[in-house]
Design a protein around this ligand. Structure first.
Ligand SMILES: [Zn+2]
Length: 120
């Protein structure tokens, strides 16, 4: 096998590795402005979701951590809703790692690379 052919094969293998490591494409209302379930385009966006217990003060829904005497919120939730089929898609805004840890959340690490490599 010629050196040029070996180099071309190596380059193609590197490109294939990169393609296989790319995360699968997800269709979200947030990114596509189209419902991934029914294809509808009449969507509503709620930049903040709130709850109110009894006659209390409304509070934002999100990742919560209780500090001394008061609750703190990070990663407030936002939502997209499709008027055609009713699908609702929730997202969290950026999360403060320290508050998430105090709220008892565990950050999920990415899976390790498969030691068998991409060819099986
Ligand atoms: Zn829909």
């Amino acid at each position: 096998m010629s050196k040029e052919l070996e180099e071309r094969i190596a380059a193609l293998e590197a490109r294939l590795d990169a393609v296989e490591r790319r995360p699968p494409e997800r269709a979200t209302m947030k990114e596509r402005r189209r419902c991934p379930s029914c294809g509808g385009t009449e969507l509503y966006f709620a930049p903040q979701l709130v709850a109110q217990l009894f006659a209390g003060i409304p509070f934002a829904l999100g990742v919560r951590a209780r500090a001394v005497g008061r609750a703190q919120t990070t990663g407030d939730f936002e939502a997209y809703a499709c008027t055609r089929c009713g699908l609702v898609e929730w997202h969290a805004k950026p999360i403060d790692p320290a508050l998430a840890a105090r709220a008892g959340l565990t950050r999920i690490e990415p899976p390790p690379d498969d030691p068998r490599g991409p060819y099986r």
